[in-house]
Design a protein around this ligand. Structure first.
Ligand code: IPD
Ligand code: CA
Ligand code: CA
Length: 266
């Protein structure tokens, strides 16, 4: 697979992701309490997440039969291939179940440990963010770029809070730092969209702990192709499977990372 193929694969995913988005939107408000399953503390799932994943798996396997899968809802055999679709069928399940119109479908494609295609669809607005390796990043056909905000004091910073947390102290310290030294902090509730928001300049930075690969894959390549920077909390590249991630426009990365390291005592 090369660049021509990446673009082609990305384009073939458009109808797939829109179709799944339409299904999710149709189910908004229809999930009853009995249909909600508790996966872990504060981590909920319903038939909507699972059906959306099955739809994605079926359609993406047709686009690239040689690829395997890493998926949140485990509806298919996981891993074991050089090329992997990394899927979050419904990112922002809590928002979805509470009727808050901010949730997404996220698809990433990993080839030999490198992200080569990414798509994130905000289901309600039908904003589709996408990118392929070395092809730039787009929102509904228009090229997007990260912001040019030069310092943390002018930055709007997104974050997320873990569902389950044993030690809140480093999180609170870090949040306190950004509340004090940044222009504002947001907790929107869908990690894939947080990354897409940095990619298109709405946020200047975003950080979160306890993320999974499916939260980050689609958005991370979109962000990189939009000129942004993404790393783990040590400044390294283990942000996909390392459970912690900081993303930025590049210009405020050093300053934001320094604050994270200090407050997480890294
Ligand atoms: C969650 C959302 C949320 C983030 C959590 C994720 P889910 O994904 O992205 O914003 O704070 O860490 O697990 O469970 O809605 O797919
Ligand atoms: Ca998620
Ligand atoms: Ca999910």
């Amino acid at each position: 697979m090369d660049h021509k193929d990446y673009k082609n694969i990305c384009t073939q995913c458009f109808p797939v992701i829109h179709n799944v988005g339409s299904f999710i939107k149709k189910e908004l408000g229809s999930v009853s309490t009995e249909q909600i399953e508790v996966k872990g503390l504060n981590s909920l799932v319903s038939y909507v997440d699972k059906t959306a994943e099955e739809m994605l798996v079926k359609a993406l396997a047709e686009i690239l039969p040689e690829a395997g899968f890493i998926t949140e809802e485990n509806t298919v055999e996981q891993g074991g291939k050089d090329v992997l679709w990394i899927i979050d069928p419904l990112d922002g399940t809590n928002n979805f179940l509470h009727g808050i119109p901010h949730f997404a479908v996220s698809i990433g494609l990993l080839q030999h440990d490198e992200l080569v295609v990414g798509l994130v669809l905000e289901v309600n607005s039908k904003e589709l963010f996408y990118a392929w390796k070395d092809g730039g990043a787009y929102r509904n056909g228009d090229k997007i770029k990260v912001s040019t905000t030069p310092t943390l004091s002018e930055a709007l910073v997104g974050t997320g809070f873990p569902y389950k947390v044993d030690d809140v102290a480093p999180l609170i310290r870090t949040l306190g730092h950004f509340m004090r030294y940044a222009r504002g902090v947001r907790r929107m509730g869908a990690a894939a969209l947080d990354l897409a928001y940095v990619a298109c300049g709405r946020f200047d930075a975003y950080y979160e702990t306890t993320l999974s690969a499916w939260d980050a894959a689609g958005g991370a390549i979109i962000l990189k192709e939009a000129g942004g920077m993404v790393s783990d909390f040590r400044g390294g590249s283990n942000y996909l499977f390392g459970e912690e991630l900081i993303a930025s426009n590049g210009l405020v990365h050093k300053e934001a990372l320094k604050a994270i390291k200090k407050n997480f005592r890294i």
